[in-house]
Design a protein around this ligand. Structure first.
Ligand code: AGP
Length: 609
């Protein structure tokens, strides 16, 4: 998933392209490039690595042009080199193109459509598109784009320049997010509205199969056959508020510390007169009471982990089976979902390709679709009949924290709402759950303060090790999954997570003298079992780090490194226990000098499969 931008303006657009690319860097930072039409010639500049490298390169060249495109890359096909960086030029240089997505039939196009002696200067799937454009070009770029797109399988958002039309910018999209915007100093195309630092007058989504032609004073849309279509502007707003570090060294630490507020804002948006309300959910009561037979939670990465935690809460209070599925598996399996299923999709970005595909599949199968997303104008929010918006604000660090915690409380609230509708909890239980839910923001704040120093000292003890193990049972296992992922993704420490009872069936053979084992132990009904599993690894010389809460800490040996969070009810413990695990990954990565906000090989929004 890459970030693309394009602008046609009254002045030189290069500075605006760079500004926009910097805001899109969360989508990939393997290489970057811009192309501009100067006079009637396309000029291009590309570098491997960060936008800052491109900016430096450009400062030597000072390119100038009133129309241009830009790209920041997350490598899918071809290593992160300058040769594979976008924009790609067509063989005679008539077209320049930037692409976000994957052309799945690129090799077939090379074999079956393009001349056998075609020369390619990169290893990318994208470059075939520039060859097709030139193949189909007869002085009509829109026609050439339409014929080209007809040959493509896969996902794409394109920004295109054509040397013969120096006053125009072209774009096309399919299964990849793209917007076009009318602004004060010119018109833009972009993967995300956040890239536009200009005053926006109107913004349009460019949807599957659509093409658009942008000049300084007009924006035209065409369907996949190249026939002009009319479109209305949309209400999409850019959340710029959180774009500064506000004195924190990293966005991740700032966002960890913002969790009390993110959780409070999310809970407040779902509460009215002491009851849970779901303003953007339009499902009939009869469905909850009579029709609903099962709940399926589908997501990727950390969002999937929120589902693992929520399963225990939802099954516990709604008395209904709740399965949790990895979206990339679910979408190609035979999902048993139908009109009696609530299919829940969880996503921070609302753009994750696998989760989106799973959503579309479930919709086709008649399931009730409800998405929990953190970006109001995202594709998942637009395509879902029912939505719960988390209020974490914009999340910039690739490793999610505040959005994760906001998703957890949104899932708890949904569980309470459904159980009240189904009559599976008493009014007293509902009241006590909501009372405790409202206390979570303060307890998260207390926990952040309480554990910070003890976590820092554990990080100092483990930052040099290569392998760390996480264990837990039931929702503690789910919490441990998130802790393990956080450590892996930002500190590059190899960590494995296991259901505590499973360790002795093989993996315990990897435990040696001093191997750090992070044990999450809070769930009352399996507490003594978890303690036995901790004793098993301790017996093999493990360095035990036990993450628990005040009440349960009384029963834990002081031999271990104990990290103790504030108390809450069984159902919500994960929201507090995950805090020290987030901080542990942060301080470990910091001690290792890792690029915490932009870990290598990762990106914030995964729009390819
Ligand atoms: C988490 O820190 C990662 N950034 C990643 O696992 C993420 O949770 C996953 O890609 C899902 O993203 P989404 O919530 O935007 O759908």
């Amino acid at each position: 998933m890459c970030g693309i931008i394009g602008k046609i303006g009254v002045d030189n657009v290069a500075p605006d392209l760079i500004k926009g690319l910097k805001s899109l860097e969360y989508r990939g930072y393997d290489s970057a490039g811009v192309a501009l039409i100067c006079g009637n010639k396309i000029g291009r500049c590309r570098t491997s690595g960060r936008i800052s490298a491109l900016e430096k390169e450009l400062s030597n060249k000072n390119p100038c042009g009133i129309v241009g495109v830009g790209h920041t890359r997350w490598a899918t096909h071809g290593s992160p080199t300058k040769e594979n960086a976008h924009p790609h030029l067509s063989p005679k240089g008539v077209f320049a193109l930037v692409h976000n997505g994957i052309i799945e039939n690129a090799e077939n196009i090379k074999k079956d459509i393009l001349p056998r002696d075609s020369l390619f200067s990169s290893q990318t799937d994208t470059e075939v598109v520039t060859h097709l454009l030139e193949k189909y070009y007869k002085e009509d770029p829109v026609r050439a784009i339409s014929n080209t797109c007809r040959c493509l399988n896969g996902s794409y958002a394109f920004g295109i320049l054509c040397e013969d039309f120096p006053e125009k910018l072209f774009a096309a999209a399919n299964l990849s997010p793209l917007i076009v915007a009318e602004c004060e100093t010119g018109n833009y195309i972009a993967s995300d509205i956040i890239a536009i630092k200009d005053k926006i007058k109107n913004v349009y989504g460019v949807y599957d199969g659509e093409i658009c032609e942008v000049t300084l004073d007009s924006i035209k849309f065409y369907n996949s056959d190249g026939k002009e279509i009319k479109k209305l502007p949309e209400k999409l707003v850019a959340e710029n508020s959180d774009a500064e570090k506000d004195g924190y060294e990293h966005f991740m630490l700032k966002e960890i510390m913002q969790q009390p507020e993110a959780v409070k804002n999310t809970i407040d948006s779902l509460l009215k007169d002491g009851k849970i309300i779901l303003p953007h959910v339009k499902i009939q009561d009869s469905f909850w009471k009579k029709d609903l037979e099962k709940i399926v939670i589908v997501a990727c990465g950390s969002a999937y982990h929120t589902g693992l935690v929520a399963k225990f809460v939802i099954e516990g209070i709604c008395n209904i089976p709740c399965s949790v599925e990895i979206a990339s598996e679910f979408r190609y399996s035979v999902p048993f979902v139908n009109e009696k299923t609530l299919a829940l999709f969880v996503s921070q970005s609302g753009e994750t390709a696998d989760t989106l595909a799973a959503l579309r599949l479930s919709k086709k199968q008649g399931a009730k679709v409800l998405s929990i997303v953190n970006v109001a104008g995202s594709t998942m929010a637009r395509e879902s009949d029912n939505v719960i918006l988390t209020k974490a604000g914009r999340e910039i660090a690739v490793a999610t924290t505040k959005a994760y915690s906001a998703q957890l409380v949104a899932l708890y609230a949904l569980g309470i709402f459904v159980s009240e509708k189904r009559g599976t909890i008493t009014a007293d239980k509902e009241k006590s759950l909501i009372t405790e839910l409202k206390k979570l923001p303060v307890k998260i704040g207390e926990t952040l303060e309480k554990v910070n120093e003890s976590v820092k000292s554990v990080a100092r003890e483990i930052f040099t090790v290569q392998d760390v193990f996480y264990i837990g049972r039931l929702s503690d296992y789910a919490t441990a999954c998130e802790g393990s992922l956080k450590l892996k993704e930002i500190s590059y420490t190899n960590s494995q997570v296991y259901a505590a009872g499973e360790l002795k069936h093989g993996t315990i053979s990897l435990i040696n003298q001093g191997t750090p084992v992070v044990a999450v132990a809070s769930q009352r009904n399996v507490f003594s079992k978890t303690l036995s599993n901790i004793a098993e690894v301790e017996a093999r010389g493990a360095k035990v780090i036990c993450v628990t809460d005040e009440k349960m800490s009384e029963n834990i040996s002081e031999e271990y490194e104990n990290i103790v969070v504030a108390d809450t009810i069984e159902e919500f413990k994960s929201s507090l226990l995950v805090i020290p695990l987030q901080l542990l990954s942060y301080y470990t990565a910091k001690l290792k000098g890792c690029d915490i906000d932009k870990p290598k090989n990762l990106a914030k929004s995964v729009t390819v499969e």
